[in-house]
Design a protein around this ligand. Structure first.
Ligand code: AMP
Length: 419
């Protein structure tokens, strides 16, 4: 496996898988170009070395159909602006025109390919009527898998080198994220700078943490976080469980949770997690008090109650002051911090205080030298909303891929290059 920083792209064509799945408004203007800017260091390195870059990505879910709404042409001029060079565009990602455009590319030039997902081969899933017979489904799956290999081989053939810089899709075994690597030699495939920094940050947290290591897991439901919690119990010293998950744990001990979000089918599991934490010497922190509301609204009536004595008709929507104090002390004493999921309904101002306190404590610990990683959708939205994003060590750009990594799964896009 080659390392991008040591590789010399002079005279070489590199095909780069990026994640340009950016939000567009109704005029097809980019409303947040974070993902485009995140790919710039990799593309610039290729161009500055004297290589040329063939850029490929998906955009939205066109499901194997050519649909102008999802065309990467919408990205072309913005990419040119961000890179400061002209960007050529070809309206397919395979076929004779693409081969010719790639072959004609000179050092320092950039070619953007059309949306990979205009072809079913990218995802490798057949399109079938719901009531298709099993043998029909099986044959169609086998057929598309074969076509996917041909598609991936053709993408690989456009360039001398394959660079994967799309961490956001690294959990998918798609043609451009994983299968393509089968058609590259060991030294002609590598990660881009974005994936490298995601992996080295995750390495610092999950495999080689300075201690004490504290994870703050929040969000709405235990069910969506259970595998991550179980995986983290082998790694952390402290685990703060907050947000909507709190109430399943409180209820498991017979507490009164009113109409707080609660998953009764997970009560046993909650107790098992607590037992496992004890066995492994992990300190588990749950909110002792909460801010309860009489409606799921910002202007609802509120009161602070013990988390196990929430009156009927009231629901816990944020961590209470006593809990915030404990969470803050634990976080500020930590050398490694992972935050995934808000500890309250931070989207409503009146229930954001707990998450703001968590964010501030992470910033304070980071100031003192801790390594802090924020990742997984809503905690990233929260830290951005609080204006503290540049005061933590690392913010992961990935959603599903990060969650699967935290679950301890092997990501196909990573394995394809690391082997
Ligand atoms: P997740 O995607 O699982 O990280 O969930 C994030 C969502 O959980 C956010 O939209 C929060 O508003 C929500 N959330 C956090 N705490 C609570 C709570 N106590 N009750 C209901 N929803 C919550």
């Amino acid at each position: 496996m080659s390392k991008i920083e040591n590789f010399n792209f002079a005279g070489k064509k590199a095909i780069v898988r990026v994640d340009f799945n950016v939000p567009l408004n109704e005029k097809f203007e980019i409303t947040d170009d974070t993902r485009i800017r995140a790919a710039v260091p990799t593309i610039k390195k290729i161009l500055n070395d004297g290589g040329s870059a063939i850029i490929m990505s998906h955009l939205g879910r066109p499901d194997g159909v050519v649909n102008p709404d999802f065309s990467l042409r919408h990205i072309q001029s913005h990419l040119a602006k961000v890179l400061g060079v002209d960007v050529k565009f070809v309206d397919n990602c395979v076929g004779a025109d693409v081969k010719a455009a790639a072959a004609a590319l000179n050092p320092g030039e950039v070619l953007l390919l059309e949306n990979l997902r205009f072809h079913l081969e990218e995802e490798g899933k057949p399109k079938l009527p719901k009531d298709a017979a099993d043998d029909v489904k099986k044959a169609a799956k086998a057929d598309i898998k074969e076509k996917q290999k041909t598609f991936a081989k053709e993408l690989a053939s456009l360039a001398d080198v394959y660079v994967n810089d799309a961490f956001g899709t690294a959990h998918r075994a798609h043609a451009s994220t994983a299968i393509i690597a089968d058609y590259c030699t060991g030294d002609s495939k590598m990660f881009g700078f974005l994936i490298e920094s995601e992996l080295s940050s995750l390495e610092k947290v999950l495999h080689n943490p300075q201690r004490p290591f504290t994870a703050i897991m929040g969000g709405a439901k235990v069910s969506s976080k259970i595998t991550i919690i179980e995986n983290l119990l082998d790694k952390v010293d402290n685990l703060i469980l907050g947000g909507g998950m709190t109430y399943t744990f409180i209820k498991a001990h017979g507490g009164e949770v009113g109409s707080s979000i609660c998953e009764p089918e997970f009560l046993d599991l909650a107790l098992k997690i607590e037992a496992k934490a004890k066995e492994k010497g992990v300190k588990l922190y749950l909110a002792a008090d909460v801010v309860a509301a009489d409606d799921f609204k910002n202007d609802a009536n509120t009161k602070v109650t013990p988390s196990n004595a929430i009156p009927v008709g009231w629901q816990g929507l944020d961590a209470g002051p006593e809990s915030v104090k404990t969470f803050t002390e634990v976080i500020e004493d930590s050398a490694t911090i992972l935050w995934n999921g808000p500890v309250g309904v931070f989207e409503m101002e009146n229930f954001a205080k707990g998450s703001i306190a968590v964010a501030n404590a992470i910033v304070a610990a980071t100031d003192k030298g801790a390594f802090s990683l924020i990742g997984g959708g809503d905690s990233v939205a929260a830290i951005n909303q609080f204006g503290l994003a540049d005061k933590v060590s690392y913010i992961s750009t990935a959603g599903g891929a990060l969650l699967e990594y935290l679950e301890g799964k092997t990501l196909p896009g990573i394995k394809a290059i690391q082997g």
